[in-house]
Design a protein around this ligand. Structure first.
Ligand SMILES: C[S@@+](CC[C@H](N)C(=O)[O-])C[C@H]1O[C@@H](n2cnc3c(N)ncnc32)[C@H](O)[C@@H]1O
Length: 372
């Protein structure tokens, strides 16, 4: 047989939230079929009703694939990939060991995400959309496009598909509480009144982290009169960066659906810092005013971003190799002002990684500061 059944896509990386759902169903003939919601198809690749199209040239006996809509009435909301051998022209390409190695290398080159060799299913499920969109009959063809002339177009799409954007408001709660009650007051004591306090949310995903920081700043300013200049947009600035283009776009929009709003935001904060717009909730201008967003790859030279008083780099280094983590923490150290703070994810640790940082604790929160 030329095909191999796909696992349905669930969390493959730590705390995966990617919702590309490719699932397996059985056709009546018992042949596994790969079913994706039509909404998951790029518009250019959506099959029209009753169509069976876009076979790809198939040299060298590599299985090719195409999609078909079995029947407009019975499968109105889904199209299927039906795996089969090359003779029937209906197969999902099989990923060879060599292609797996090359794809893992490609993903690591493009975004630093280190995938172990057992992550074939993750690559298969997440890259299916690109195979369809670019009509690739094999992963080799896709790799060639990503490495070659189409790289500027394809790499951002690859990044969007391969990054796990799991996030929520006030994730883990206590780091935000410590930021508000300890870190920010300490910083303000030690910085000149004319200094701008700069906070960086590196890998900000869809904006929940930088906006949560902004809400903390507003809460502190509203309870303590000496801090009321914090919210004027000059005294303190929060920069959110992420490698994924869609995340930066969504962060800038600052509009969230009910699902996002159900994750970590209290009713009090929701009513104070958001306005309801139909079924969505938009972050109020006063919260947005402290933030700015920019696409940035943590693999790149970070010096153009300037120096920061606090860096939140949470729940992203878990995807990187140890070598990259060492380089990255060394680069972060160069972007931190003296006596600045690095806050990482609550389940992360720098143990076993050589870095210029030392661990400190306040209440339940660990954070890092530069070694003297
Ligand atoms: C799991 S989310 C974490 C979001 C947020 N920091 C939090 O803790 O809720 C990881 C984010 O890292 C981003 N990311 C992955 N690789 C990156 C890289 N090389 N440079 C910048 N961002 C990256 C992803 O796009 C994703 O939005």
């Amino acid at each position: 047989m030329d095909y191999k059944p796909y696992q349905s896509s669930t969390s493959q990386q730590p705390a995966s939230s990617n919702t590309q759902s490719t699932s397996v169903t059985s056709t009546t003939s018992g042949t596994p079929a790969f079913v994706m919601p039509v909404s998951a198809f790029p518009s250019t690749a959506k099959p029209s009703t009753n169509t069976v199209p876009s076979p790809t040239a198939n040299s060298g006996g590599t299985p090719s694939f195409q999609f078909s809509q079995h029947s407009a009435s019975s499968h109105s909301s889904s199209s299927s990939y039906t795996a089969s051998n090359s003779n029937s022209n209906q197969a999902v390409p099989v990923m060879s060991t060599n292609e797996l190695t090359e794809l893992r290398k490609l993903v690591e080159d493009v975004c630093g995400i280190h995938l172990e060799a057992d992550k074939q299913y993750l690559l298969e499920t997440r890259l299916l959309k690109l195979l369809i969109e670019y009509n690739c009959s094999s992963y080799t063809q896709l790799i060639q496009l990503c490495r070659g002339a189409k790289q500027n177009e394809l790499r951002p799409k690859l990044v969007d598909l391969m990054t796990t954007k799991e996030t929520m408001w006030f994730r883990d709660e206590h780091p935000y509480e410590t930021f508000k009650t300890h870190i920010l007051p300490e910083l303000l004591k030690n910085r000149a009144a004319t200094d701008t306090i700069r906070i960086w949310s590196a890998a900000c995903s869809t904006g929940q982290e930088p906006y949560s920081i902004s809400m903390c700043v507003h809460e502190l300013a509203s309870t303590t009169a000496i801090y009321n200049d914090l919210t004027n947009g000059q005294r303190l600035k929060i920069k959110g960066t992420d490698i994924a283009p869609s995340s930066i776009l969504l962060s800038k929009m600052g509009r969230y659906d009910m699902v996002a709003m159900g994750r970590g935001i209290s009713d009090i904060r929701k009513n104070k810092f958001f306005t309801q717009q139909g079924r969505a909730w938009a972050v109020k201008d006063e919260v947005k005013k402290l933030t700015e967003f920019e696409q940035a790859n943590l693999q790149a030279d970070l010096s153009p971003l300037g120096l920061f008083d606090v860096i939140f780099m949470r729940n992203v280094a878990i995807y990187f190799s140890k070598e990259f983590k060492i380089q990255l923490y060394a680069k972060l150290a160069k972007q931190l002002k003296p006596n600045g703070y690095l806050i990482i994810g609550s389940t992360e640790s720098l143990v076993g990684i050589e870095t210029p940082f030392k661990l400190e604790m306040h209440d339940k929160t660990s954070f890092y500061r530069l070694k003297k």
